[in-house]
Ligand binder design. Structure first.
Ligand code: PLP
Length: 394
Protein backbone atom coordinates (compact mmCIF):
# COMPACT_ATOMS: atom_id res chain seq x y z
CA UNK A 1 0.00 0.00 0.00
CA UNK A 2 1.40 3.35 -1.03
CA UNK A 3 0.04 6.64 0.32
CA UNK A 4 -0.47 9.68 -1.87
CA UNK A 5 2.75 11.28 -0.72
CA UNK A 6 1.87 14.52 -2.47
CA UNK A 7 -0.10 15.30 0.68
CA UNK A 8 3.21 15.54 2.52
CA UNK A 9 4.12 18.46 0.24
CA UNK A 10 1.18 20.55 1.45
CA UNK A 11 2.17 23.55 3.47
CA UNK A 12 0.48 23.69 6.83
CA UNK A 13 -1.98 26.57 6.88
CA UNK A 14 -1.47 28.47 10.09
CA UNK A 15 -3.26 31.63 9.00
CA UNK A 16 -6.65 31.39 10.69
CA UNK A 17 -5.44 29.25 13.60
CA UNK A 18 -2.69 31.79 14.37
CA UNK A 19 -5.22 34.64 14.15
CA UNK A 20 -7.53 32.79 16.58
CA UNK A 21 -4.64 32.00 18.92
CA UNK A 22 -3.38 35.60 18.99
CA UNK A 23 -6.89 36.97 19.56
CA UNK A 24 -7.63 34.61 22.45
CA UNK A 25 -4.24 35.35 24.08
CA UNK A 26 -4.88 39.10 23.75
CA UNK A 27 -8.39 38.85 25.12
CA UNK A 28 -7.22 36.73 28.09
CA UNK A 29 -4.61 39.41 28.91
CA UNK A 30 -7.09 42.29 28.32
CA UNK A 31 -10.54 41.02 29.33
CA UNK A 32 -11.92 44.58 29.24
CA UNK A 33 -11.03 45.10 25.55
CA UNK A 34 -13.93 45.13 23.08
CA UNK A 35 -12.46 43.28 20.15
CA UNK A 36 -13.93 43.96 16.69
CA UNK A 37 -13.60 41.04 14.26
CA UNK A 38 -13.07 42.32 10.73
CA UNK A 39 -11.28 39.24 9.40
CA UNK A 40 -14.18 36.88 8.84
CA UNK A 41 -14.77 35.59 5.32
CA UNK A 42 -18.17 34.21 6.30
CA UNK A 43 -21.48 35.99 5.90
CA UNK A 44 -23.40 37.08 9.00
CA UNK A 45 -26.90 37.97 7.75
CA UNK A 46 -29.57 35.22 7.78
CA UNK A 47 -31.19 33.51 4.80
CA UNK A 48 -33.81 35.58 2.99
CA UNK A 49 -37.43 34.91 4.08
CA UNK A 50 -38.32 33.73 0.53
CA UNK A 51 -35.55 31.10 0.75
CA UNK A 52 -36.66 29.94 4.20
CA UNK A 53 -40.27 29.69 3.04
CA UNK A 54 -39.33 27.64 -0.05
CA UNK A 55 -37.27 25.29 2.11
CA UNK A 56 -40.08 24.89 4.65
CA UNK A 57 -42.47 24.01 1.85
CA UNK A 58 -39.96 21.48 0.53
CA UNK A 59 -39.59 19.94 4.00
CA UNK A 60 -43.33 19.37 4.15
CA UNK A 61 -43.32 17.84 0.67
CA UNK A 62 -40.68 15.41 1.88
CA UNK A 63 -42.95 14.43 4.78
CA UNK A 64 -45.84 13.35 2.56
CA UNK A 65 -46.01 10.08 0.64
CA UNK A 66 -47.37 11.76 -2.50
CA UNK A 67 -44.63 14.38 -2.74
CA UNK A 68 -41.66 12.60 -1.12
CA UNK A 69 -38.48 12.50 -3.22
CA UNK A 70 -35.55 10.12 -2.98
CA UNK A 71 -32.38 10.36 -5.06
CA UNK A 72 -32.51 13.31 -7.41
CA UNK A 73 -30.54 13.87 -10.60
CA UNK A 74 -26.83 14.08 -9.69
CA UNK A 75 -26.42 17.22 -11.77
CA UNK A 76 -29.35 18.98 -10.08
CA UNK A 77 -33.08 19.41 -10.56
CA UNK A 78 -34.18 21.12 -13.76
CA UNK A 79 -36.18 23.75 -11.84
CA UNK A 80 -32.93 25.12 -10.37
CA UNK A 81 -30.85 24.67 -13.52
CA UNK A 82 -33.51 26.55 -15.48
CA UNK A 83 -33.52 29.37 -12.89
CA UNK A 84 -29.75 29.67 -13.29
CA UNK A 85 -30.10 29.55 -17.06
CA UNK A 86 -32.53 32.49 -16.75
CA UNK A 87 -30.12 34.37 -14.49
CA UNK A 88 -27.42 34.15 -17.19
CA UNK A 89 -29.91 34.91 -19.98
CA UNK A 90 -30.86 38.19 -18.27
CA UNK A 91 -27.19 39.14 -18.60
CA UNK A 92 -27.14 38.23 -22.28
CA UNK A 93 -25.43 34.83 -21.85
CA UNK A 94 -27.14 31.85 -23.46
CA UNK A 95 -26.53 28.53 -21.70
CA UNK A 96 -27.99 25.12 -22.32
CA UNK A 97 -29.49 23.56 -19.16
CA UNK A 98 -27.14 20.59 -19.66
CA UNK A 99 -24.17 22.92 -19.28
CA UNK A 100 -25.19 23.75 -15.67
CA UNK A 101 -24.28 21.38 -12.82
CA UNK A 102 -25.58 21.92 -9.28
CA UNK A 103 -23.24 21.10 -6.41
CA UNK A 104 -22.81 21.54 -2.67
CA UNK A 105 -20.63 24.61 -3.24
CA UNK A 106 -17.82 26.05 -5.30
CA UNK A 107 -15.07 24.67 -3.07
CA UNK A 108 -15.98 21.05 -3.83
CA UNK A 109 -16.25 21.60 -7.56
CA UNK A 110 -13.02 23.61 -7.75
CA UNK A 111 -11.23 20.63 -6.24
CA UNK A 112 -13.22 17.88 -7.96
CA UNK A 113 -12.93 19.29 -11.49
CA UNK A 114 -9.25 18.32 -11.42
CA UNK A 115 -10.36 14.66 -11.71
CA UNK A 116 -10.95 15.20 -15.44
CA UNK A 117 -7.47 16.66 -16.08
CA UNK A 118 -4.21 14.74 -16.23
CA UNK A 119 -1.74 15.32 -13.42
CA UNK A 120 0.89 16.01 -16.08
CA UNK A 121 -0.39 19.56 -16.68
CA UNK A 122 1.19 22.85 -15.64
CA UNK A 123 -1.09 25.05 -13.57
CA UNK A 124 -1.01 28.85 -13.48
CA UNK A 125 -2.34 30.37 -10.26
CA UNK A 126 -2.46 34.03 -9.27
CA UNK A 127 -0.58 35.01 -6.11
CA UNK A 128 -2.15 36.03 -3.74
CA UNK A 129 -5.38 34.02 -3.99
CA UNK A 130 -7.86 31.68 -2.29
CA UNK A 131 -5.54 28.86 -1.09
CA UNK A 132 -7.73 25.97 -2.37
CA UNK A 133 -6.32 26.21 -5.92
CA UNK A 134 -2.75 25.62 -4.80
CA UNK A 135 -3.52 22.91 -2.26
CA UNK A 136 -5.75 20.81 -4.56
CA UNK A 137 -3.03 20.80 -7.21
CA UNK A 138 -0.28 20.01 -4.72
CA UNK A 139 -2.38 16.99 -3.64
CA UNK A 140 -2.32 15.77 -7.25
CA UNK A 141 1.38 16.53 -7.70
CA UNK A 142 0.90 19.02 -10.54
CA UNK A 143 3.53 21.58 -11.44
CA UNK A 144 2.44 25.06 -10.35
CA UNK A 145 3.61 28.41 -11.70
CA UNK A 146 2.40 31.71 -10.30
CA UNK A 147 1.06 34.90 -11.88
CA UNK A 148 2.29 37.72 -9.68
CA UNK A 149 -0.41 40.11 -8.53
CA UNK A 150 0.96 43.25 -6.95
CA UNK A 151 0.48 46.99 -6.51
CA UNK A 152 2.06 47.62 -9.94
CA UNK A 153 -0.63 45.67 -11.81
CA UNK A 154 -3.42 46.63 -9.41
CA UNK A 155 -3.44 43.00 -8.23
CA UNK A 156 -4.76 41.99 -11.66
CA UNK A 157 -2.00 40.06 -13.43
CA UNK A 158 -2.30 39.81 -17.21
CA UNK A 159 -1.16 36.87 -19.37
CA UNK A 160 2.50 36.53 -20.21
CA UNK A 161 3.01 34.81 -23.57
CA UNK A 162 6.36 33.40 -22.50
CA UNK A 163 4.66 31.35 -19.76
CA UNK A 164 3.26 27.98 -20.78
CA UNK A 165 0.31 26.79 -18.76
CA UNK A 166 -2.39 24.20 -19.33
CA UNK A 167 -4.78 25.01 -16.48
CA UNK A 168 -5.31 28.65 -15.57
CA UNK A 169 -7.13 29.86 -12.45
CA UNK A 170 -8.84 33.23 -12.44
CA UNK A 171 -10.71 34.51 -9.39
CA UNK A 172 -12.64 37.71 -10.05
CA UNK A 173 -13.56 39.56 -7.91
CA UNK A 174 -10.57 38.13 -6.15
CA UNK A 175 -10.29 36.76 -2.65
CA UNK A 176 -8.35 38.30 -0.86
CA UNK A 177 -7.59 41.40 -2.96
CA UNK A 178 -11.12 42.33 -4.07
CA UNK A 179 -9.68 43.30 -7.47
CA UNK A 180 -12.01 42.54 -10.40
CA UNK A 181 -11.16 42.19 -14.10
CA UNK A 182 -12.88 44.13 -16.84
CA UNK A 183 -14.42 42.17 -19.73
CA UNK A 184 -11.60 43.52 -21.90
CA UNK A 185 -8.91 42.18 -19.56
CA UNK A 186 -10.65 38.81 -19.40
CA UNK A 187 -10.70 38.75 -23.19
CA UNK A 188 -6.90 38.84 -23.12
CA UNK A 189 -6.89 35.80 -20.80
CA UNK A 190 -9.35 33.94 -23.05
CA UNK A 191 -7.23 34.74 -26.13
CA UNK A 192 -4.12 33.53 -24.30
CA UNK A 193 -5.82 30.30 -23.16
CA UNK A 194 -7.04 29.53 -26.68
CA UNK A 195 -3.63 30.25 -28.19
CA UNK A 196 -2.00 27.90 -25.66
CA UNK A 197 -4.67 25.17 -25.77
CA UNK A 198 -5.29 25.76 -22.06
CA UNK A 199 -8.42 25.61 -19.92
CA UNK A 200 -9.49 28.51 -17.66
CA UNK A 201 -11.07 27.67 -14.31
CA UNK A 202 -13.00 30.86 -13.55
CA UNK A 203 -14.11 31.36 -9.95
CA UNK A 204 -17.07 33.76 -9.89
CA UNK A 205 -17.98 33.21 -6.22
CA UNK A 206 -18.13 36.99 -5.65
CA UNK A 207 -19.75 38.05 -8.96
CA UNK A 208 -22.82 39.43 -7.16
CA UNK A 209 -20.65 42.23 -5.74
CA UNK A 210 -19.66 43.57 -9.17
CA UNK A 211 -21.42 46.88 -9.69
CA UNK A 212 -19.07 49.02 -11.83
CA UNK A 213 -19.78 49.18 -15.54
CA UNK A 214 -17.26 47.43 -17.77
CA UNK A 215 -16.29 44.87 -15.14
CA UNK A 216 -17.14 41.26 -15.87
CA UNK A 217 -19.44 39.08 -13.81
CA UNK A 218 -18.92 36.02 -15.96
CA UNK A 219 -16.09 34.77 -18.18
CA UNK A 220 -18.76 34.08 -20.83
CA UNK A 221 -19.05 37.82 -21.43
CA UNK A 222 -15.96 37.40 -23.63
CA UNK A 223 -15.64 35.96 -27.14
CA UNK A 224 -14.50 32.36 -27.34
CA UNK A 225 -14.80 31.65 -23.60
CA UNK A 226 -17.11 28.70 -24.15
CA UNK A 227 -14.26 26.98 -25.98
CA UNK A 228 -11.79 27.35 -23.14
CA UNK A 229 -13.44 28.10 -19.78
CA UNK A 230 -15.34 26.48 -16.94
CA UNK A 231 -17.13 28.81 -14.51
CA UNK A 232 -17.73 28.13 -10.81
CA UNK A 233 -20.28 30.03 -8.79
CA UNK A 234 -21.97 29.75 -5.45
CA UNK A 235 -24.97 30.81 -3.40
CA UNK A 236 -22.65 31.22 -0.39
CA UNK A 237 -21.90 34.92 -0.65
CA UNK A 238 -24.82 35.80 -2.93
CA UNK A 239 -27.52 34.47 -0.65
CA UNK A 240 -25.88 33.50 2.65
CA UNK A 241 -25.65 29.77 1.83
CA UNK A 242 -22.22 29.22 3.46
CA UNK A 243 -23.83 26.83 5.95
CA UNK A 244 -26.68 25.65 3.71
CA UNK A 245 -24.34 24.58 0.86
CA UNK A 246 -25.21 25.05 -2.79
CA UNK A 247 -23.25 26.15 -5.83
CA UNK A 248 -23.08 25.54 -9.57
CA UNK A 249 -20.55 24.94 -12.27
CA UNK A 250 -20.90 25.72 -15.97
CA UNK A 251 -19.13 23.34 -18.35
CA UNK A 252 -19.93 24.42 -21.93
CA UNK A 253 -20.69 21.83 -24.61
CA UNK A 254 -18.12 23.56 -26.85
CA UNK A 255 -15.29 22.89 -24.40
CA UNK A 256 -13.33 20.07 -26.00
CA UNK A 257 -9.73 18.92 -25.94
CA UNK A 258 -8.53 16.43 -28.58
CA UNK A 259 -12.18 16.11 -29.60
CA UNK A 260 -13.22 14.96 -26.10
CA UNK A 261 -16.06 16.86 -24.43
CA UNK A 262 -15.28 18.18 -20.92
CA UNK A 263 -19.04 18.38 -20.28
CA UNK A 264 -19.33 14.61 -20.89
CA UNK A 265 -16.37 13.82 -18.64
CA UNK A 266 -17.68 16.03 -15.85
CA UNK A 267 -21.15 14.49 -16.10
CA UNK A 268 -19.54 11.04 -15.86
CA UNK A 269 -17.45 12.15 -12.90
CA UNK A 270 -20.42 13.64 -11.04
CA UNK A 271 -22.81 10.76 -11.71
CA UNK A 272 -20.13 8.34 -10.47
CA UNK A 273 -18.87 10.16 -7.37
CA UNK A 274 -21.70 12.52 -6.34
CA UNK A 275 -25.34 11.93 -5.45
CA UNK A 276 -26.68 15.44 -5.69
CA UNK A 277 -27.69 18.32 -3.43
CA UNK A 278 -30.73 17.89 -1.14
CA UNK A 279 -34.08 18.73 -2.77
CA UNK A 280 -34.84 21.07 0.15
CA UNK A 281 -31.64 23.06 -0.43
CA UNK A 282 -32.22 23.26 -4.19
CA UNK A 283 -35.75 24.60 -3.59
CA UNK A 284 -34.23 27.26 -1.30
CA UNK A 285 -31.63 28.14 -3.95
CA UNK A 286 -34.29 28.44 -6.66
CA UNK A 287 -36.16 30.96 -4.47
CA UNK A 288 -33.12 33.26 -4.79
CA UNK A 289 -34.16 33.91 -8.40
CA UNK A 290 -37.80 34.77 -7.68
CA UNK A 291 -38.77 38.44 -7.70
CA UNK A 292 -39.22 38.46 -3.95
CA UNK A 293 -36.07 36.44 -3.27
CA UNK A 294 -33.94 38.65 -5.49
CA UNK A 295 -35.22 41.79 -3.73
CA UNK A 296 -34.51 40.36 -0.28
CA UNK A 297 -31.05 39.18 -1.24
CA UNK A 298 -30.22 42.60 -2.60
CA UNK A 299 -31.19 44.15 0.73
CA UNK A 300 -28.63 41.92 2.46
CA UNK A 301 -25.96 42.60 -0.16
CA UNK A 302 -26.61 46.33 0.26
CA UNK A 303 -25.56 46.06 3.92
CA UNK A 304 -22.24 44.44 2.96
CA UNK A 305 -21.76 47.01 0.18
CA UNK A 306 -22.28 49.89 2.62
CA UNK A 307 -19.71 48.33 4.95
CA UNK A 308 -17.25 47.93 2.08
CA UNK A 309 -17.75 51.59 1.15
CA UNK A 310 -17.04 52.63 4.74
CA UNK A 311 -13.75 50.74 4.58
CA UNK A 312 -12.86 52.29 1.19
CA UNK A 313 -13.67 55.80 2.47
CA UNK A 314 -11.43 55.14 5.46
CA UNK A 315 -8.51 54.15 3.22
CA UNK A 316 -9.16 57.14 0.93
CA UNK A 317 -9.09 59.47 3.91
CA UNK A 318 -5.89 57.95 5.23
CA UNK A 319 -4.29 58.01 1.77
CA UNK A 320 -3.50 54.30 1.99
CA UNK A 321 -3.12 52.21 -1.21
CA UNK A 322 -5.88 49.61 -1.50
CA UNK A 323 -7.77 47.44 -3.94
CA UNK A 324 -11.27 45.96 -3.66
CA UNK A 325 -14.23 47.22 -1.68
CA UNK A 326 -16.00 48.66 -4.70
CA UNK A 327 -16.94 45.38 -6.38
CA UNK A 328 -16.10 43.06 -3.54
CA UNK A 329 -16.70 42.50 0.17
CA UNK A 330 -12.92 42.56 0.69
CA UNK A 331 -10.70 45.59 1.12
CA UNK A 332 -7.01 44.85 0.64
CA UNK A 333 -4.53 47.50 1.67
CA UNK A 334 -0.84 48.15 2.11
CA UNK A 335 0.01 48.06 5.82
CA UNK A 336 0.88 51.68 6.64
CA UNK A 337 4.32 51.87 8.25
CA UNK A 338 4.84 48.08 8.28
CA UNK A 339 6.44 45.75 5.77
CA UNK A 340 5.33 42.65 7.65
CA UNK A 341 1.62 41.75 7.66
CA UNK A 342 1.82 39.95 11.03
CA UNK A 343 3.49 42.90 12.73
CA UNK A 344 0.68 45.10 11.47
CA UNK A 345 -1.85 42.51 12.70
CA UNK A 346 -0.36 42.72 16.21
CA UNK A 347 -0.29 46.54 16.09
CA UNK A 348 -3.94 46.78 15.01
CA UNK A 349 -5.03 44.25 17.63
CA UNK A 350 -3.09 45.87 20.46
CA UNK A 351 -3.76 49.52 19.69
CA UNK A 352 -7.25 49.42 18.16
CA UNK A 353 -8.52 45.99 19.25
CA UNK A 354 -9.42 45.32 15.61
CA UNK A 355 -8.80 41.91 14.02
CA UNK A 356 -8.08 41.52 10.31
CA UNK A 357 -6.31 38.96 8.13
CA UNK A 358 -2.60 39.22 7.31
CA UNK A 359 -2.10 39.23 3.53
CA UNK A 360 0.98 37.00 3.66
CA UNK A 361 -1.35 34.07 4.42
CA UNK A 362 -2.62 34.17 0.81
CA UNK A 363 0.71 33.99 -1.02
CA UNK A 364 4.14 35.61 -1.09
CA UNK A 365 2.87 38.77 -2.80
CA UNK A 366 0.49 39.31 0.09
CA UNK A 367 3.36 40.22 2.42
CA UNK A 368 2.96 43.78 3.66
CA UNK A 369 -0.76 43.76 2.83
CA UNK A 370 -3.86 43.22 4.91
CA UNK A 371 -7.48 42.12 4.32
CA UNK A 372 -10.55 43.53 6.02
CA UNK A 373 -14.02 42.23 5.24
CA UNK A 374 -17.41 43.86 4.93
CA UNK A 375 -19.30 40.82 6.23
CA UNK A 376 -19.59 42.12 9.81
CA UNK A 377 -22.50 44.15 11.17
CA UNK A 378 -22.82 47.82 10.28
CA UNK A 379 -22.26 48.82 13.94
CA UNK A 380 -19.01 46.83 14.14
CA UNK A 381 -17.76 48.21 10.84
CA UNK A 382 -18.53 51.82 11.76
CA UNK A 383 -16.69 51.46 15.07
CA UNK A 384 -13.75 49.61 13.49
CA UNK A 385 -13.37 52.34 10.86
CA UNK A 386 -13.30 55.03 13.59
CA UNK A 387 -10.65 53.14 15.54
CA UNK A 388 -8.52 52.48 12.44
CA UNK A 389 -8.72 56.14 11.40
CA UNK A 390 -7.71 57.34 14.86
CA UNK A 391 -4.81 54.93 15.00
CA UNK A 392 -3.43 55.47 11.51
CA UNK A 393 -4.03 59.14 10.78
CA UNK A 394 -0.85 61.18 10.66
N1 PLP B 1 -14.11 30.59 -4.09
C1 PLP B 1 -13.63 31.62 -3.39
C2 PLP B 1 -12.77 32.61 -4.06
C3 PLP B 1 -13.94 31.76 -2.02
O1 PLP B 1 -13.44 32.79 -1.33
C4 PLP B 1 -14.76 30.79 -1.41
C5 PLP B 1 -15.11 30.87 0.02
O2 PLP B 1 -14.72 31.70 0.77
C6 PLP B 1 -15.22 29.73 -2.18
C7 PLP B 1 -14.89 29.66 -3.52
C8 PLP B 1 -16.04 28.63 -1.57
O3 PLP B 1 -17.38 28.76 -1.86
P1 PLP B 1 -18.44 27.70 -1.36
O4 PLP B 1 -18.94 28.15 -0.03
O5 PLP B 1 -19.49 27.72 -2.42
O6 PLP B 1 -17.78 26.37 -1.27
Amino acid sequence: MKLNRNYLNLEESYLFSTVAHKVSAFSAAHPEAKILRMGIGDVTLPLAPAVVEAMQKAVSEMGKKETFRGYGPEQGYDFLRESIQGYYARRGIALDVNEIFISDGAKSDLGNILDIFDTDNTVLIPDPVYPVYVDTNVMAGRKIVFADANADNGFLPMPDDSVNADIIYICSPNNPTGAAYSAEQLQAWVDYARAHGAVILYDAAYECFVSEKGLARSIYETKGAKECAIEFCSFSKTAGFTGTRCGYTVVPQDLKFDGVSCNKLWLRRQTTKFNGVPYIVQRGAAAVFTEEGEKQIHENLAVYRRNAKRLCDCMDELGVFYTGGKNSPYVWFRCPGFSDSWQFFDYLLEKANVVGTPGCGFGKNGQGFFRLTAFGSEETTIEAVERIKNLLKV
